[in-house]
Design a protein around this ligand. Sequence first.
Ligand code: NDP
Length: 319
Amino acid sequence: MADTQKKMILVTGGSGLVGHGIRLAAEAEPHEDEEFYFATSKDADLRDLEQTRALFAKVKPTHVIHLAARVGGLFANMNYKVEFLRENLLINDCVLQAAHEAGIDKVVSCLSTCIFPDKTTYPIDETMVHNGPPHRSNEGYALAKRLIDTANRCYNEQHGRHFTSVIPTNVFGPHDNYNLQNGHVLPALIHRAYNCKQSGEDFVIWGTGSPLRQFIYSKDLGKLFLWVLREYHESDPIILSVGEEDEVSIKQAAETVLSAIGFEGNVVQDTTKADGQFKKTASNAKLCALNPDFEFTPFEQAIQESVDWFVANYETARK
Ligand code: NDP
């Protein structure tokens, strides 16, 4: 009898950075009535509606956490704009439509703070998603993501669904993409620090090191995703981030990484390298109001755990 009430939660993109965070959160505090299926691109190519329908028919989910996306850093976004636009449009359309056809009431999809308008006021909040064009460098990815929010409202209003989305800031943690060219800033810093420690070369901080960023540890994001799935009932997105007061500069982030890896060589700055946007501060006021007791892992501890994971898994890590 209990089995019939069990929630079957399909996590698309389950093999990625965020998927692993959700897996850890689910394993750390299991709920008896919840079972998870972490899907990868080997289970189904979610750009294809028939394959997506077949995955839903096989897993028979009652709930969906939708993470699968074509994801990449600035270089990849700028050079593969068509793929970032089309693949993400296709994936999102197939997943939401297959979920609707399967009668699934709740889907939590994943947006990103880089989809916000390029010209904006700070702090950014959830009401600003559609307020102006995104930065040209990632407009394909950003607009495909924004349409998830539009699709959620359409399915909810026309069919009474409860599709929603979350907006995380920069995520880091085990199973990240540590590629030096395509990876995001923290995993790339960790990989470069590792290389410098091995070779004894100077560690170079690119640019002035002064730009500010909000980072969220994948384990914390995993816990928050499960909270959203269980307890957040709005259709509008919610920003999942540490507070504005916890922004760290790129220089501070680099120093934390170097200390965690035990680098004792010279640190130099290359101010001929571009800095990028100075800040992208997002407000987590909505999250704090709805989930006031949530405690984020201290940044130093989260970096130490991520560095330890990278060192221990160097041979097999994505890099
Ligand atoms: P990863 O690159 O680590 O993982 C991407 C996942 O998507 C993998 O499981 C991959 O499967 C799957 N996938 C990609 N293409 C397809 C496809 N055509 N069919 C089926 N599955 C596919 O990404 P992250 O974990 O970093 O990102 C997860 C979500 O979080 C994304 O929606 C991203 O936009 C969002 N996000 C990420 C941030 C970050 O800093 N990383 C920040 C804000 C939002 P496989 O392993 O088999 O290739």
